[in-house]
Design a protein around this ligand. Structure first.
Ligand SMILES: *[C@@H]1O[C@H](CO)[C@@H](O)[C@H](O)[C@H]1NC(C)=O
Ligand SMILES: *[C@@H]1O[C@H](CO)[C@@H](O)[C@H](O)[C@H]1NC(C)=O
Ligand SMILES: *[C@@H]1O[C@H](CO)[C@@H](O)[C@H](O)[C@H]1NC(C)=O
Ligand SMILES: [Cu+2]
Length: 392
């Protein structure tokens, strides 16, 4: 396997401009299933990133000093606690961008964190199954990371959660032990629940391993203020910004993760999707044979607040899941960066319903109460336009 990495690295140095993404045939079924292939694929993408950055003249973004986002379990205890402290701090920080005279229109916005949730609620039908799904969420989590620094004194980077490592039993993940260095526990177990039919996906979902409030560790005593809007078996709010104070619920469920978030699922997604259309459809689900994709299934395998289509960012774990999604996109882009850096496809409405125009890289993309509008093109390159980060 080391042999293959160095061959790939050499190839990327000598002939990157004509580079093709690696073929899945380079790995055995066992290597694809046990994560070895994923490790090597992300390493090839990183080698290409390093080379690509080296071709840029006078880039303010440098390899040695850029932000490096790490998997939560790979961080030190101290760094993990600093992150969850900062995420909690954002829930106790007043709104920053909502005009004070509009507060009455947004009764559920009590904190800076709620502004993220409200904006996602507001834009749900314009940022999923659209051309800018990946780019919008990239900027959204980037701004969250920036806010942790600016408003809560965080000095680290946004962690991500590689759910493939936990696909057989997310409830047993080291991320969710419930100790003070974790991302908080599962929800309290609620027994005797039946299956739930999910109409959109046409799937019968068995109950998960939690269902109630996060019991211990970070986020066990936070209050969520907005949503849920579309969760099954729950009393949903009737309007977007209704004030609905409640605990953070989770319900880890391997029914989803073992089917859609495994190493083979993410590795096949990245290596078998040559065209962007395939990549983004397959990632989000609803494509033939895969109703969830790694993205949708990540949400459902957490359950509770994170499974609510509109208000899912209410659970800070959303930002780690979307860190992984951005890692997957960044990896896919960098396996063939000269073809994939600036490629987009789709319209600005969910599944093009109602029909809308094809988006272009010159389109303005709004971020509501989260951040200033951006031009689509500015969200495509992780080393430019204010971005300077990579995943490890
Ligand atoms: C995965 O399988 C390969 C091939 O048998 C083996 O060399 C490697 O050590 C395994 N890796 C892990 C993480 O189990
Ligand atoms: C995801 O991976 C699992 C186990 O590796 C496999 O059984 C399943 O068919 C895969 N799902 C998809 C949609 O490819
Ligand atoms: C919701 O969208 C409208 C129209 O784009 C915008 O004016 C408003 O500020 C948004 N609200 C939030 C909370 O993002
Ligand atoms: Cu989203």
């Amino acid at each position: 396997m080391h042999f293959r990495i160095s061959v790939a690295a050499l190839a990327s140095i000598s002939a990157l401009a004509s580079a093709q993404a690696p073929s899945i045939d380079q790995w055995t079924r066992l290597e694809i299933n046990n994560g070895t292939a994923w490790e090597e694929v992300t390493q090839i993408a990183r080698d290409n990133q390093l080379y690509n950055l080296g071709t840029r003249q006078n880039s303010p973004c440098q390899w040695g000093t850029m932000d490096v986002r790490r998997e939560f379990r790979d961080m030190s205890k101290g760094d993990r606690k600093s992150f969850t402290d900062a995420a909690t701090c954002l829930m106790n920080t007043p709104p920053q961008r909502m005009p004070k005279d509009q507060a009455a229109n947004y009764p559920g916005i009590k904190s800076r964190h709620d502004e993220y949730v409200a904006t996602h609620i507001n834009m749900t039908l314009e940022i999923h199954a659209t051309a800018d799904f990946l780019a919008w969420h990239r900027h959204y989590i980037k701004h969250y990371e920036q806010d942790l620094k600016d408003l809560c004194g965080y000095t680290g980077t946004l962690p991500y959660w590689n759910w493939a490592k936990d696909a057989s039993a997310p409830q047993d993940s080291p991320l969710f032990t419930g100790d003070e260095y974790s991302m908080g526990s599962n929800g309290k177990y609620i027994p005797n629940r039946g299956d739930t039919y999910l109409y959109t996906q046409g799937v019968n979902m068995p109950p998960g391993t939690g269902g109630g409030c996060v019991e211990s560790g970070p986020f066990s005593d936070v209050t969520l203020n907005l949503g849920p809007l579309d969760l099954p078996n729950t009393k949903n709010v009737k309007s977007n910004y209704e004030y609905n104070p409640r605990c953070l619920e989770r319900d880890f469920n391997s029914f989803f993760s073992e089917r859609y978030n495994t190493f083979s699922n993410v590795t096949e997604l990245v290596l078998e999707s040559i065209y962007l259309e395939d990549f983004q459809d397959r990632m989000q689900g609803y494509a033939a044979g895969d109703a969830f994709g790694v993205h949708g299934s990540g949400h459902w395998s957490i359950g509770g607040a994170a499974a609510d289509f509109h208000s899912s960012p209410a659970d800070p774990l959303f930002f780690l899941h979307h860190g992984m999604i951005d890692n997957v996109w960044t990896t896919w882009q960098n396996l063939d960066i000269y073809r994939r850096q600036f490629i987009i496809k789709g319209t600005s409405t969910l599944g093009n319903n109602p029909p809308s125009a094809e988006m272009t890289l010159d389109d303005v993309i709004p971020f509501g109460f989260v951040a200033e509008d951006r031009i689509f093109r500015e969200l495509m390159d992780t080393f430019a336009e204010g971005y300077c980060y990579r995943y490890e």
